[in-house]
Write a protein that binds this ligand. Structure first.
Ligand SMILES: [Zn+2]
Length: 554
């Protein structure tokens, strides 16, 4: 079991971290970074080895945020990497209790009179549950990893190396971990490390006590951005035009919550796509059909690659446009009969393009004028993005819309592009290297100390920084993403090559948490202070030595 000394250390740093506000993508993050850095500075080991810890600044970052890292060096090259994020989501959910969001005890008392949900009320009566913003997601994970670091920093006979990365921005676009990838590179070159396993400690969700979940991978996320241009006309003459809104609605109806689009791996399926934005592009009010409409949505993946996603969306777009045209034509026929007019079929030759094709076409039609305007817009958007005035999908919408504007035909056009943040799916089955027998090890270690079971899950479903601990896709996938994501490399990019080189196994082992991002967010104390750090400590030891831990080592 982890020693009482470390349990106390975890408890104290946990409450300190919870007390510090660290809203994601905000000026608050550097404050908690200082606290974490200072915590390492105070350890005896790092006073003796001041080169083994430090910070890596995020490139070109508005808030000057940093990745905090610390390395414990033992014998040999084998290295385990601990990863957690120190940002948390905002506190709007707390309403009038906002000022208690970082004060667990007061919050618990206050919630007792305000909560109706039985499951929450039960946990409010249970001293093991700790409420507050960031308690589960994931200052608990940060604190218990720091406790594990403290344990190994005191070991004299340590075989292997242990590195910890504390990153910002996970809840926004994982800028911290993207910088972390570069840092991991620098460190392995500098110290000759061989990364074996990355351990993240995001919380698991479960409703039964004594059954914990751990994850040997992390779900992927692609964000397609769809643009449809119709044919405008005054609304008194509707059959002269085609509504882009109707085209978009038909694409949405075919994709949203379509169970056929769930990505299936063994016994698991991802949730189907869900649209998060859908709007016409009318700039002023007038009585004409809007010129264009745009939308974007999330598509979660286990195995599906971006190329397949683009191809299938082109198919859906084609069907949706055809459906729209058939419907308009049918309506027109009925209208002509009512008005005793001659009917002539409505015919169009629609164009369905991915962003790469659309950009080429716009260049042919718009020439240098288009290129200049596109470059200009990109330059300004880059600034706006840096100043937090525009989000990545909004930026993609603007660039795709401009491209669409320059395609000079009087036919319906659909463009399918992609927007960051992109989270590649990752799973140990696809990562080359020795089988670390994580399931067997975890269950043996757990059984030794505690009366509960660890159930293996292939993918952590909440999107996590583990996505960037490797890249198991093909190089064609990288090309597809780059060419179809407007602003790639200028505004947002992913170090695929570096990720490929990291090539380490991944696992998420964290404490029991509930209601993340809600005001009833809470974490199970015994997991944070004792159970999970004990299990992680033994697992690290086994992975680094290749031996089974049977005897108790404090
Ligand atoms: Zn998290």
């Amino acid at each position: 079991m982890i020693a009482e000394k470390q349990q106390k250390i975890i408890e104290s740093i946990f409450y300190r971290l919870v007390a510090i506000r660290s809203d994601t993508n905000s000026i608050y993050e550097p404050i908690i970074e200082d606290v974490i850095l200072n915590w390492f500075r105070e350890r005896e080991y790092f006073q003796e080895n001041p080169d083994y810890f430090g910070t890596e600044p995020l490139e070109d970052d508005t808030y000057r945020r940093e990745v905090v890292w610390a390395l414990i060096r033992g014998e040999g090259k084998e290295t385990v990497v601990l990863i957690h994020h120190h940002d948390a989501v905002g506190i709007e959910e707390y309403g009038s209790l906002e000022d208690m969001a970082f004060r667990p005890e007061e919050l618990k008392e206050a919630l007792k009179n305000r909560v109706k949900k039985k499951a929450v009320l039960r946990d409010l009566q249970d001293e093991n549950w700790i409420f507050g913003r960031g308690t589960a997601d994931m200052k608990s994970g940060a604190a218990l990893q720091m406790g594990v670091m403290d344990h190994f920093s005191r070991r004299k006979d340590f075989k292997g190396n242990l590195l910890i990365l504390s990153v910002p921005d996970e809840e926004t676009i994982s800028k911290g971990m993207l910088q972390g990838v570069e840092l991991l590179h620098k460190l392995y070159q500098k110290y000759g490390l061989n990364y074996k396993l990355a351990i993240n400690s995001e919380p698991y969700f479960n409703n039964v006590r004594d059954k914990a979940l751990y994850y040997e991978g992390s779900v992927g996320k692609v964000m397609p951005v769809i643009y449809a241009k119709g044919v405008t006309s005054h609304i008194s003459n509707p059959y002269n035009g085609i509504s882009p809104s109707m085209i978009m609605a038909n694409i949405q109806r075919r994709t949203e919550l379509n169970p056929g689009l769930c990505d299936v791996h063994e016994n698991d399926a991802t949730p189907p796509p869900m649209w998060v934005h859908l709007k016409d592009q009318k700039k002023v009010y007038d009585a004409s059909i809007p010129e264009a409409a745009v939308g974007f949505f999330n598509w979660l993946t286990f195995v599906k690659e971006p190329q397949e996603i683009l191809e299938s969306l082109k198919e859906f777009a084609k069907e949706a446009v055809t459906e729209t045209l058939v419907f308009v034509d049918g309506s027109y026929q009925a209208f002509c009969e009512m008005n005793h007019q001659d009917y002539e079929p409505i015919e169009y030759s629609p164009m369905i393009l991915d962003f790469e094709e659309a950009y080429e076409r716009a260049r042919e039609d718009g020439g240098e004028r288009f290129e200049k305007e596109y470059e200009n817009m990109l330059f300004l958007l880059k600034q706006d993005y840096h100043d937090n005035k525009v989000t990545l999908p909004e930026l993609a919408v603007k660039l795709i819309s401009l491209t669409g504007d320059y395609i000079n035909i009087d036919e319906p056009v659909v463009i399918i592009g992609l927007s960051g943040p992109y989270y590649p799916h990752i799973n140990n089955q696809n990562i080359i290297g020795d089988d670390l027998r994580l399931e067997e090890r975890l269950n043996r270690i757990t059984k030794k100390y505690y009366n509960f079971e660890f159930q293996k899950n292939e993918y952590f479903m909440g999107m996590s920084d583990l996505s960037y601990c490797g890249f198991t896709g093909k190089s064609e996938d990288i090309d597809v993403i780059k060419r179809n994501s407007p602003g790639w490399d200028e505004v947002y990019s992913i170090p695929f090559k570096e990720m490929q080189k990291l090539n380490m196994k991944v696992v998420n082992i964290g404490p029991w948490g509930k209601d993340l991002h809600q005001r009833s967010e809470r974490v199970y104390g015994p997991d944070v202070f004792e159970r999970i750090p004990t299990i992680i400590k033994d697992l690290i030891e086994e992975v680094l030595t290749g031996e089974e831990k049977s005897a108790e080592v404090g």
